[in-house]
Design a binder for this molecule. Structure first.
Ligand code: VG1
Ligand code: CO
Length: 542
């Protein structure tokens, strides 16, 4: 029975870098999820009778939200909802399902790497039929709709049992509950040389994968331990928990310190990795060496041809603007396309769909390819394993070879988290005003070459996105970038991205902090960070 329910708008439903993200109690308000999901459906057309993929990272409120989405989908005329068992789907697995099943789109319930639990964060994101995050055109329409919505449509009836595989009906809509891992594993098997990776593990290669009590647990356990024979215990924190065990499921050097310490210890395995809350990010650490996400992107791009899925080579590389330019050097040497997009995976979709880019990446530990339209944590881990199996070298040796060939981009990101929003906005406004006067100015040994507020013109659909980050570029190839986070849920987070290039052959083995000292000091003084945020030091350095 379809019921139309009167509602009034919420003022705070603007999707950010990666969907709508708020504290759990915000989502728990009556009508809050309904309003947003109905606004998504109201912004789309042509989905009658079509399929919708629904799943989330298993965090607190995941099941409740999924029940609401299923009811609204049925009432709004979707022909079918495909949901992961237990409400679980990693973000890349959801992207894959949308594509495999030719669904109209998907709703992903996740706040990614943000903490979970009753006081943690929750999120809702709409992905389009290509499997990728909705482009700004759609998210803008959704936001506009949330401001005028007056009613939503739902069906009455009991909650469905999300744990039983199989097909049932909600009203006249088909509801199919699928194993979350099966299709994803099948896709990975088409891309990588599982035989070679299996042989490497059989030969004594050891790895540890930290699933951070988040969604990749079941995927990693099945693929690494069972299928590839990496052995029991390879995956740690492998059971998804609603509060991620109280941890912050962000695979960086602060929150994944356990795995970092392991990789630096005397008994380190050959390879360590981790993924985030929803399984789209990856952390790669070789024995004794952390690989920055920007370097990882460059190495994966340079070696992808060693994996069967990319044997014919890659056509282009795309990276988000703040990501280091290590990947650009690979593209240049190979004579393939190189694209610089604003932060957020939604900007890669058009390039991937148009066959302009094969591999994409962000400095925030996101890497992926045209196999889906999301970044993909386990995919990156498997590509690394495939490369390690093919090259029979350690991570450290592969990195040294890479730097010797392409030079090294020393890189760090400094986050000033949860600072007062007003101060952060003032900082950005004042710095933006300062940019035109910077070129030609000298700061110690550094001379500013160019400074701008990054704007992106999408080469495929012609859309424009302004104010995507302030860039200060120096004559020696160094760069400082400032932008405000679009995924935080409390105050503002200022991200400062700092990079310098060392062509080699000398000075390729420096300490990153030391290589960046002058730039780090300048990053603080140039933007008056302490004055505007009250912080002398960043809260997280990655
Ligand atoms: C952050 C990262 C960005 C990433 C986004 C979503 O955004 O910087 O690179 O795409 O999170 O990642 P922001 O606006 O806070 O800097 V996830 O794993 O949350 O989908
Ligand atoms: Co994520």
């Amino acid at each position: 029975m379809i019921k139309t329910v009167a509602t009034t708008p919420f003022a705070d439903q603007k999707p950010g870098t990666s969907g709508l993200r708020k504290k759990v109690p915000v989502f728990q308000q009556p009508r809050y999820v309904e309003n947003f999901v109905q606004s998504v459906f109201d912004s789309l057309s042509g989905f009658e009778g079509q399929a919708l993929v629904v799943g989330g990272d298993g965090r607190y409120f995941n099941r409740e939200a999924i029940q609401i989405v299923i009811r609204l989908a049925a009432a709004n005329g979707f022909g079918q909802v495909i949901v992961g068992q237990g409400g679980i789907l990693s973000t890349p697995a959801a992207s894959n399902l949308i594509r495999q099943r030719k669904a109209f789109g998907g709703i992903i319930l996740s706040a990614s790497h943000n903490p979970g639990g009753p006081d943690g964060d929750f999120g809702i994101k709409y992905n389009a039929g290509n499997g990728g995050p909705a482009p700004e055109k759609i998210t803008d329409a959704v936001f506009a709709r949330t401001k005028t919505i007056t009613e939503y449509k739902t069906v009455l009836g009991p909650d469905v049992d999300l744990d039983r595989l199989g097909t049932l009906h909600v009203g006249s809509m088909r509801l199919e509950i699928v194993d979350p891992v099966t299709d994803y594993l099948a896709l990975m098997e088409t891309l990588f040389d599982f035989g070679a990776i299996r042989a490497m593990f059989a030969g004594g290669f050891r790895m540890t994968f930290d699933a951070m009590s988040a969604v990749t647990g079941p995927y990693a356990t099945k693929i690494l331990e069972e299928v590839l024979g990496a052995g029991a215990g390879t995956v740690i924190n492998g059971t998804p928990l609603p509060d991620f065990g109280g941890h912050h499921p962000d695979p960086n050097l602060v929150h994944a310190k356990v795995i970092y310490d392991l990789a630096m210890s005397a008994d380190a395995p050959d390879f360590c990795a981790a993924s985030d809350g929803d399984g789209d990010r990856n952390l790669i650490i070789g024995r004794g060496m952390f690989v920055t996400p920007s370097d990882s992107l460059a190495v994966l791009a340079a070696n992808a041809h060693l994996a069967p899925g990319y044997a014919s080579g890659i056509v282009g590389i795309a990276r988000s603007m703040p990501t280091s330019r290590a990947a650009d050097r690979v593209a240049e040497k190979r004579g393939i396309g190189c694209y610089e997009t604003p932060t957020g995976w939604k900007f890669f979709g058009n390039l991937l769909d148009a066959g302009k880019a094969t591999i994409c990446g962000e400095e925030s530990a996101g890497t992926g390819s045209n196999h889906v339209r999301e970044k993909d944590g386990l995919w990156a881990v498997l590509l690394w394993l495939n490369i390690l199996a093919a090259r029979r070298q350690s991570v450290v040796d592969i990195m040294r070879d890479h730097w010797a060939t392409y030079g090294r981009n020393y890189y760090a990101r400094h986050d000033y988290e949860e600072v007062p929003a007003e101060g952060a906005n003032t900082l950005v406004t004042l710095l933006r005003d300062k940019l035109p006067g910077l070129p030609g100015r000298q700061f110690g040994t550094l001379t500013v070459a160019e400074a701008d507020d990054f704007a992106y013109h999408d080469p495929i659909d012609g859309s424009d996105s302004a104010h995507q980050g302030l860039r200060v570029m120096f004559t020696d190839g160094s760069r400082i970038v400032y932008r405000l986070s679009g995924t935080g849920t409390a105050g503002a987070t200022l991200r400062v991205y700092i990079e310098t290039f060392e062509p080699g052959p000398e000075r390729l083995d420096r300490d990153t902090g030391e290589a960046l000292t002058a730039l780090i000091d300048l990053s603080r003084s140039l933007a008056d960070i302490e004055k505007h945020t009250g912080r002398r030091e960043p809260s997280v350095i990655t």
